[in-house]
Design a protein around this ligand. Structure first.
Ligand code: ADP
Length: 332
């Protein structure tokens, strides 16, 4: 039986953080043993919000290193830069022909992104508006069926399924339905008390964070805001620090902290200290592996992966062009 195909990407808009790890990368590592996996650096998607060319450039290789350091093996999966597969852009253009504009306008993620760009005094580009179609092309070009992404991306997956369905209805079955990794989509909250840790929100613990950096960031992190005094009992269920404990601490410690917080047996300072220790324990081996990876090696991996991803991408694009009545480019 043919292996199922997995696709997922991460934008190069900053250092990767523990939200990216628990929301996406952790799953990549187990999937590479079982499925045909494509993991990419979404450099085109980065351009929807990143205006600084130098900043984009400097973020690409560190992400390859992070991919490798968390345990991705280029012998088992394909790692590449999105822009090294131009077939994706052509597919996005072709998919846009079956995509009603109004549906893009109705996406809740669009409204949020539009508002945050405006708030930052930045341009709201057509590229940003088009982002979900490009994401559909990332997935459909490889005919992927399993998409390991965080909860924030689920509306885009639903959108991708609709695009595929619409294309199949008009031109004949071409794209299989894709789905998130069952039961695994989570959202890691930010240190500022918001729902989502992100690269550009200044609310993240990066994978390259030093123990001093971890301690500093945690010291100002928001907890249960109703807990004003040390002797007040806290509510762990509305505390982002507790949510991080659930990801990084042992089940026994999580239970203990829950009780100790609810009975005010520990204060937030202590609770954060324990979390900090566990974050450092988690990050240390990852950072050691990352340090041993050279820029040249990372560059080579990207270049080899790009060539590999293009082979299958070309096949899909040829099929799509043919179905849509465009001239045959197979021999060129
Ligand atoms: P960011 O929002 O940090 O720029 P990306 O858009 O590059 O992250 O997302 C890369 C992957 O990481 C996606 O699969 C996304 O769902 C996941 N991800 C990002 N932030 C989080 C988070 N806070 N919790 C869970 N998953 C996340």
């Amino acid at each position: 039986m043919e292996k199922q195909i997995v696709v997922s990407g991460i934008r190069a808009t900053g250092e990767l953080h523990i939200g990216n790890y628990f929301g996406a990368m952790r799953n990549f590592v187990t999937l590479q043993d079982e499925f045909k996996c494509y993991f990419f650096i979404a450099d085109w998607h980065s351009l929807t919000t990143e205006e600084d060319a130098e900043a984009l450039k400097v973020h690409i290789l560190p992400i390859v290193k992070d991919y490798l350091a968390v345990g991705l093996d280029p012998q088992k999966c394909t790692l590449f830069a999105q822009s090294s597969v131009p077939e994706i852009a052509e597919l996005a253009l072709l998919l846009s022909m079956v995509q009603p504009k109004t549906e893009l306008e109705g996406l809740p993620t669009w409204k949020e992104k539009e508002a945050s760009q405006k708030e930052a005094g930045k341009i709201v580009s057509a590229g940003l508006f088009f982002y979900p179609v490009l994401m559909a092309a990332d997935i459909l070009i490889q005919k992927a069926t399993i998409i390991p992404v965080g909860k924030d991306q689920l509306p885009h997956l639903e959108f991708t399924r609709d695009v595929a369905r619409r294309f199949n209805n008009r031109y004949g079955f071409t794209f299989p339905a894709c789905d998130a990794l069952e039961g695994r989509a989570i959202k890691v909250p930010g240190l500022d008390g918001t729902e989502k840790m992100g690269k550009t929100e200044g609310n993240a613990i990066d994978l390259v964070e030093t123990p001093e950096g971890v301690a500093q960031k945690l010291s100002v992190a928001v907890t249960d805001t109703n807990r004003k005094l040390r002797q007040d009992p806290g509510n762990p269920y509305i505390c982002n620090i507790f949510a991080l404990h659930e990801l990084l601490s042992t089940p026994e410690m999580v239970e203990q902290i829950k009780t100790d917080c609810q009975t005010a047996a520990i204060g937030c300072v202590e609770c954060k200290k324990m979390l900090g220790n566990n974050i450092n324990k988690f990050l240390a081996p990852l950072q050691e592996r990352r340090q041993a990876i050279s820029d040249d090696y990372a560059r080579q991996i990207l270049s080899d992966g790009g060539k590999k991803a293009r082979i299958t991408a070309r096949q899909t694009l040829n099929e799509v062009r043919d179905k849509m009545g465009l001239p045959d480019l197979k021999g060129e």
